[in-house]
Design a protein around this ligand. Structure first.
Ligand code: HEM
Length: 144
């Protein structure tokens, strides 16, 4: 796990993360609206009263990005535990992760408005792809 990916501008993302944290509720609404439009079959994975967990999922994704930028070495293990809950408790298939990253990107651009830049787009995409990779790497291969 590292943030040495040249596509990621660490300082830019850290500054933007602070701004984004003021809009987490709107961000959450937008991410799930966009995710469910892309993957209607994801709706049924979420419980009827799971707003708190949905909000937590967004917060944890942003936090994972931040810890990744800070090269926190315990992050891999922490993410693997979350991945295991996704695989076995929520039955989230790995092919739902790319549309989730796309939905996050779209929502981040929307809450940022005219301040959104190509550099932000590129850095966020690389960071979210990396967190997704960490999540799916935590899936245990199963034979059917
Ligand atoms: C970066 C990727 C992701 C992260 C960091 C993440 C994180 C979380 C967290 C922290 C929770 C709260 C409960 C818990 O801690 O176990 C959660 C719940 C959940 N996540 Fe994710 N998640 C990710 C991607 C996804 C994707 C792609 C899907 C499927 C579309 C998904 C489906 C769910 C479901 C179904 C729940 C349970 C919600 C409920 O209680 O109804 N997650 N996620």
């Amino acid at each position: 796990m590292d943030s040495t990916n040249p596509a990621i501008d660490v300082d830019l993302l850290k500054k933007h993360l602070v701004e984004v944290s003021d809009h987490e509720s709107e961000l959450t609404d937008r991410v799930y609206e966009s995710l469910f439009a892309r993957r209607p079959d994801a709706v049924e994975l979420f419980g009827t009263y799971s707003r708190a967990n949905q909000q937590r999922m967004i917060t944890e994704t942003l936090t994972a990005v931040l810890h990744m930028l800070d090269q926190e070495h315990w992050l891999g293990e922490y993410v693997h535990a979350m991945a295991s809950r996704h695989q076995f408790s929520y039955e989230t298939p790995t092919d739902m992760y790319p549309p989730y990253a796309e939905a996050m990107l779209e929502a981040l651009a929307a809450v940022t408005g005219s301040d959104w830049t190509l550099e932000l787009e590129r850095s966020w995409k690389a960071a979210l792809d990396r967190v997704n990779e960490m999540m799916t790497a935590g899936y245990i291969p199963t034979s059917h």
